[in-house]
Design a protein. Structure first.
Length: 408
C-alpha cells in the first residue's frame, strides 16, 4: 500500500549536527518536516520554528517555552519527535496536545549519575517526558538498560543507532587538507574529534604526546574545537607550550560537518577517552572513513567494537593513551585490520538510510494505534511549575546542552 507523506514536528537543537542530519533525512524523503529549535540554521527543506512570547518578569525563557505547545499545534503533525530528552524545549512536548510522541535519547540526557549536573527538577521533567512518550529510540542496548532502571521505560524503547550517511562519510583523498595544515607527507596524524571540554579528557591526550613523540618523532596531534570551552582551550594551549609541543599540536577549529570526512581520512588514528559515554557519533563517522579508533575502556563500547579487532581500548591515563597510540602507529597490520573491521561494522549496523527506513515504519505504525488522552490540567500545571523552578535555580537562558552537539 502506498503511504502518504507525513507531517513531522521535531524538537531539538539546530546547532546539533545529529539533529540536523536526522530531520533533513526525512525532509529529503518527501515528508513535511518542522523543527522547533533555539535558533534558525537554514536547514534545507525544513521549516524551523523558534519560540516567542510576551516576557514574564524574571523568567523570559519560561515565556518562550510556554509558546511551544502552540507551535506544535500549528504544525498539525502526524507525529512529534523529540531529539535529546534533557532540554527545556523537549520537556514542553509533555504538555502539548496529544499527538504520537517519539523521544530519541542520546546518552548524556539520561546518564544522570555519570554526566553533567542535572537539577532535581530537570531530572523529574525528563522522566515525565519519557513517561509521556509512545516510543523511545535508543542508540544502544546499554541505554535501553539505563531507561529500564530509570522507570521501566525500556519496555517501549527500540534500538535505532541513528548511524551515518555512508555516501558522505567514506574514505576520501585528504591530500589537500594535509597541505593546507602544513603537514608533511611523513607526518603521522592523531585526531581528537570530540567536544573540546574537560569532560572529554583532551588534556590527557596532549600530555601523552611527549611519550608518543619520543617513539614516533613525526607524530602530530590535531584537536577539533566543537563547542570549545575557552578556558579549557587556554589551559591546553599553556600545557602545549610548557611541554614544548608547539610543532606537534594543531588546533583546527570547529570543523564543519561536511568537512569531517577529510579529517578522518587524514588521521592515522583517532583518540577519544571520556570517563562516560553512550554510543558516540564521532566513533561511527571515523569508522566509516577508515580511521582506527582508540577509546577509553568502557564495557558499553563492546556492544559495537572489540578490543584489538575493531578498536583499541586504553585506560584514562596519559601513559595508557600514549602506549595505545604508539602501538597503533607502529603496527600497520593492526591499523588496517581495525580500519577494515570498522568500515564493515558501520555498513552493517550504522547506516543512516537503513535507520531512517526503520523509523519511518515506526511512524506509520504509531499512526495506526489509538491515540491516548492528552495531559490533564494538573500535569500541565506540574510541568510548568517544575520548569519555572528549574529555570530559576539553574538556567534563565534557552540553550541546548552541549551533549546534543557532535558528541553522541
Amino acid at each position: 500500500m502506498e503511504r502518504r507523506p507525513l507531517t513531522i514536528c521535531a524538537i531539538g537543537s539546530s546547532s546539533s549536527t545529529h539533529v540536523v542530519s536526522r530531520v533533513k533525512c526525512f525532509a529529503d524523503r518527501g515528508h513535511r518536516v518542522f523543527l522547533i529549535c533555539d535558533s534558525r540554521a537554514g536547514i534545507e527543506g525544513v521549516t524551523e520554528l523558534v519560540p516567542s512570547g510576551r516576557p514574564i518578569r524574571g523568567l523570559r525563557s519560561l515565556s518562550l517555552l510556554l509558546s511551544v505547545p502552540g507551535l506544535i499545534r500549528r504544525c498539525r503533525p502526524d507525529v512529534v519527535h523529540v531529539h535529546f530528552a534533557y532540554s527545556p524545549l523537549a520537556w514542553m512536548a509533555a504538555v502539548a496536545d496529544r499527538y504520537p510522541l517519539v523521544v530519541s535519547v542520546m546518552g548524556g540526557d539520561v546518564l544522570f549519575d555519570e554526566q553533567g549536573r542535572p537539577t532535581p527538577s530537570g531530572r523529574g521533567l525528563t522522566l515525565r517526558l519519557l513517561e509521556s512518550a509512545d516510543l523511545i529510540t535508543s542508540k544502544s542496548d546499554f541505554l535501553i538498560g539505563v531507561l529500564d532502571r530509570l522507570g521501566g521505560f525500556g519496555a517501549k524503547a527500540v534500538k535505532v543507532v541513528w548511524g551515518v550517511d555512508l555516501k558522505h562519510f567514506r574514505r576520501v583523498d585528504a591530500g589537500g587538507l594535509r597541505a593546507a595544515l602544513g603537514l608533511g607527507r611523513e607526518d603521522r596524524v592523531i585526531l581528537s574529534p570530540r567536544i573540546l571540554q574537560r569532560f572529554y579528557n583532551v588534556h590527557l591526550i596532549v600530555e601523552a604526546m611527549p611519550r608518543v613523540i619520543a617513539a614516533i618523532p613525526k607524530a602530530r596531534l590535531l584537536i577539533t574545537e566543537y563547542h570549545a570551552d575557552p578556558a579549557y582551550r587556554d589551559e591546553i594551549c599553556r600545557r602545549v607550550e610548557a611541554l614544548g609541543l608547539r610543532e606537534h599540536v594543531r588546533f583546527v577549529g570547529s570543523v564543519p560537518h561536511e568537512e569531517m570526512p577529510q579529517h578522518y581520512s587524514l588521521a592515522d588514528v583517532t583518540v577519544a577517552v571520556p570517563p562516560s559515554d553512550g554510543l558516540p557519533q564521532t566513533l561511527l563517522e571515523g569508522m566509516a572513513c577508515g580511521a582506527p579508533s582508540i577509546l577509553s575502556r568502557l564495557p558499553r563500547y563492546e556492544e559495537l567494537v572489540t578490543h584489538g579487532e575493531s578498536a583499541l581500548f586504553v585506560d584514562v591515563s596519559r601513559e595508557s593513551i600514549a602506549d595505545g597510540v604508539i602501538r597503533m602507529l607502529e603496527d600497520a597490520d593492526l591499523r588496517e585490520r581495525i580500519a577494515s573491521a570498522g568500515r564493515e561494522i558501520v555498513a552493517t549496523h550504522a547506516d543512516l538510510d537503513r535507520d531512517a527506513d526503520r523509523m519511518e515504519a515506526k511512524y506509520y505504525e504509531l499512526l495506526s494505534m489509538p491515540r491516548r488522552r492528552g495531559p490533564g490540567y494538573f500535569r500541565r500545571a506540574w510541568v510548568i511549575g517544575e520548569m519555572a523552578l528549574h529555570l530559576l535555580t539553574h538556567d534563565r537562558s534557552l540553550p541546548e546542552s552541549a551533549s546534543s552537539g557532535r558528541k553522541v
